[in-house]
Design a binder for this molecule. Sequence first.
Ligand code: E4P
Length: 220
Amino acid sequence: MKLFIDTGSVAEVEEIARWGVLAGATTNPSLLAKEDGSPEEIIRRIADLVDGPTSAEVVSEDADGMVAEGVALRGLHEHIVVKVPFSAAGLEATSRLRELGHPVNMTLVFSAPQAILAAEAGATYISSFLGRLDDIGVDSTETTREIVEAVAANSTGAQVLAASIRNPIHVTVSAALGADVATVPGKILRQMLKHPLTESGIAQFTSDWQSRPEFATWLH
Ligand code: E4P
């Protein structure tokens, strides 16, 4: 499973891209609205930093507007994937953008029937939301399993992108279920670094090594 970063923060992408684990990024209007500066410039900089698919979302609610915004977003950077919210108009826009050769990430998908429609409309990525399902008491694991199975059986080549990731368990569950990508906020990526045995192990190695002062010149 590939990892994308889910953010509107250039500084966060600068920090985490250095780890060498990011294959792409996703943004959304809410994430970009929290940042200073022009959304176009932020999207360009994130796309440069991750050097991979970078989703940028349309905000129109009609198909013509979505297509026009999608084409404009694609002009910002070669890595842009047009993010289109799920709706009848979104399906029409996805199908039209696909015909024009533009990749689409269909977002706000919460069920296997929605995912089947998104795949048939030609979405490259189908954003299957976990956290927002948990928020309303729906089992996100079961829904993600159904979406992964439905999209695989559909054989359009669409990829399931696990989104609305709220904790590291969402990431491991998505990987175990066969999601193609998980888009993960920086805060959760940092949580994924941590294990108390890793931290205590490093401290022990360091202190054992420093107990031998003659090793101070090792490899120098
Ligand atoms: C990503 O593409 C989605 O917009 C994002 O994961 C939504 O996350 P949230 O439900 O935590 O806002």
